[in-house]
Design a protein around this ligand. Sequence first.
Ligand SMILES: NC(=O)c1ccc[n+]([C@@H]2O[C@H](COP(=O)([O-])OP(=O)(O)OC[C@H]3O[C@@H](n4cnc5c(N)ncnc54)[C@H](O)[C@@H]3O)[C@@H](O)[C@H]2O)c1
Ligand SMILES: O=P(O)(O)OC[C@H](O)CO
Length: 317
Amino acid sequence: TVLANAGNQVSVWARREALCDAINAAHENAEYLPGIQLSDAITATHDPAAAADGAEAVVLAVPSQSLRDNLTDWAGVLPNAVPLVSLMKGVELGTTKRMSEVIAELTGAGPERIAVVSGPNLAREIAEGQPAASVVACADEGTAARLQKLCHSPTFRPYTNNDVVGCELGGACKNVIALAVGMAVGLGFGDNARASVITRGLAEIARLGTALGADEHTFSGLAGLGDLVATCSSPLSRNRTFGEKLGQGMTVADITGATRQVAEGVKSCASITELAHHHDVEMPIVEHVTKVVAGEMTPEDMLFSLVSRSAKSERWG
Ligand SMILES: NC(=O)c1ccc[n+]([C@@H]2O[C@H](COP(=O)([O-])OP(=O)(O)OC[C@H]3O[C@@H](n4cnc5c(N)ncnc54)[C@H](O)[C@@H]3O)[C@@H](O)[C@H]2O)c1
Ligand SMILES: O=P(O)(O)OC[C@H](O)CO
């Protein structure tokens, strides 16, 4: 929708032919965005080669843990010279790779062709044409500027950034913090608890990011604080909602069984914990969420365990 609103023709690939037919006939994705009228400039196809044919850019937005399999299926179909843009906010289980790293590994594309768009961009608000800003990150300034132009619309304001690592980690880690905030909400705790988890969450995201070479300023920008606040505050967030249900006493299996949409933090909490351990970075909130998701701790024990950790200085711990 953002690309179409910015004046582009958009071809969407989807797995199910019936859904493509429905999107093309009714200009609505009734399963994922009911009630949203899609632009006539958007068509859907079941054929990845047809979707990619003649593309100026390829935008990848499948659940993070499925990217590797999908890119394997699309080998030989993706155009050679155009930018590959990730919207995905997760870290791969098993490899602890960011999505841009998976794209580089599977496609052989260089950093000048791999970009990330990340920011406070809750899907339904974006699709409704509500105003939002975001970050287009790429190691190559020219590629970032071209993509910025492709998606700048009257309601969507993209900024360029060369910090791919920071933007990706901001997007993936905020989902885990949103699970924790959701748990606090589900347990009936108020704004002090929420603000405390958000703020300390940002501190640990920035700690991991800088250890991995990100620019610390990225975390006070749209792909850091901006996305963290939107996700942790909004009932539209799948991750916050998932956490809220955990806080209300539902199990991971029950919640997963009852939703068809992806809450990336539920899987990525484990890979981010692993990444933090590899780099000797302390991420107490992420580690505690990982234990809750694994069924090793209750949400209530998690919050009180976090509060009763040994006292330390705000700046360093
Ligand atoms: N929804 C948002 O507000 C939002 C905003 C920014 C970024 N993102 C990120 O974009 C990515 C996709 O999220 P989404 O909101 O589109 O999720 P979603 O769950 O709403 O939709 C995922 C889509 O991928 C399809 N899908 C599911 N499993 C698949 C598989 N194995 N292979 C191929 N396709 C599969 C689904 O059918 C669906 O069309 C995530 O990493 C998410 O964090 C989401
Ligand atoms: O619905 P969530 O929790 O996946 O969050 C959506 C977006 O990442 C918000 O920017």
